[in-house]
Design a protein around this ligand. Structure first.
Ligand SMILES: NC(=O)c1ccc[n+]([C@@H]2O[C@H](COP(=O)([O-])OP(=O)(O)OC[C@H]3O[C@@H](n4cnc5c(N)ncnc54)[C@H](OP(=O)(O)O)[C@@H]3O)[C@@H](O)[C@H]2O)c1
Length: 288
């Protein structure tokens, strides 16, 4: 595998892109987060036949592979054979045991990508063979539709070529950025867990739209489209959210009255508290 840089949010150099076509990827644990990672890698150009999934049982691997459009490995050992990249998508409490178990089976030059929250690069590197390349990735589920965010943390043995390869793998995920392990707690609050907070807020807005008299399917579509449109408008224009908000606040009008109610009800402190709780829990999981 000869990897050269491909454009991502943190690396806009489009001159030479890694070839993902011949790459072999093993995903050990394609669940709620490993699944979206599989979808992002396939969208980036990994061939379905070269992306092997090994879950806890062959039946589970088959189910995940069929749903995601990848290939089920008959066993974990088979998935690892010839893998250029190995994604560890199991729960944080399982990952160090898993890494220790597979260490000797990793082909030379393999890159390991850990999705586990709260488990540091040093902890993973310690249980793997000396000099093993490891990247920590902190994604969110919207990467499955190419509209997510992933923070990437580079281990001590990762080469520039492997670093470019990871960015190429996440190049269709949405935004892929390099972060430090100190920043990961804030990143979890602002991206990893944020998707769930947004789902919760969308649910609340939809329920209220129904209470106000709209049918559920109409409420679903107009709320979701408005949230997507608002985010797209800010992304595409670079406009500050306050400017966008002020632009639709006529004196004494409906929007400004609604905005005042939002502030009175403490929506801003509520959002801040949710993000801070996620970041703090991440710190506690890591022992920081
Ligand atoms: N969920 C998120 O939003 C999110 C965000 C960022 C990071 N993460 C990280 O992603 C990781 C996975 O979390 P998750 O929410 O995706 O968990 P999950 O849905 O429970 O998925 C875990 C996967 O691991 C598989 N697995 C369990 N034991 C295994 C074994 N011994 N060998 C092979 N596969 C095994 C499970 O297979 P079966 O289905 O067969 O049991 C399942 O597919 C965690 O480390 C978490 O910190 C999650």
């Amino acid at each position: 595998m000869n990897a050269t840089p491909q454009p991502t949010a943190s690396d806009p150099d489009q001159s030479c892109a890694p070839q993902l076509d011949p790459l072999h990827v093993a995903v050990i644990g394609a669940g709620n987060m490993g699944g979206p990672v599989v979808r992002a890698f396939l969208a980036a150009g990994v061939r379905p036949g070269n992306l092997a999934i090994a879950n806890s049982t062959p039946a589970s691997s088959e189910r995940a592979a069929a749903e995601l459009g990848a290939t089920a490995a008959p066993s974990r050992a088979e998935a690892l054979k010839g893998a250029d990249v190995v994604v560890l998508g199991v729960k944080p409490y399982q990952i160090l045991d898993l890494a220790a178990e597979i260490g000797e089976q990793l082909p030379a030059g393999t890159l390991v990508i850990s999705l586990a929250a709260g488990i540091t690069l040093a902890q993973i590197e310690e249980v793997l063979p000396t000099g093993q390349s490891v990247v920590r990735a902190m994604p969110n589920t919207p990467i499955s539709v190419g509209e997510g965010a992933v923070g990437l943390m580079r281990g001590s043995a990762v080469t520039d070529e492997q670093h470019a390869l990871v960015h190429a793998l996440f190049s269709r995920a949405g935004v892929a950025v390099d972060i430090t392990e100190q920043q990961v707690h804030a990143f979890i609050g602002a991206a990893g867990s944020l998707a769930a907070f947004v789902f919760s807020i969308i649910e609340a807005m939809t329920d209220e739209a129904v209470r106000l008299g709209l049918k559920r399917d109409l409420a679903d579509s107009i709320v979701q489209q408005t949230v997507r449109g608002a985010a797209t408008m800010l992304l595409e224009s670079g406009m500050h959210p306050a400017v966008a908000k002020n632009g639709v606040s006529s004196p004494g009008g409906t929007t400004v009255q609604g905005l005042a109610a939002l502030e009175r009800e403490g929506v801003r402190p509520g959002v801040a508290a949710a993000m801070a709780a996620a970041a703090q829990t991440s710190r506690e999981m890591t022992g920081d």
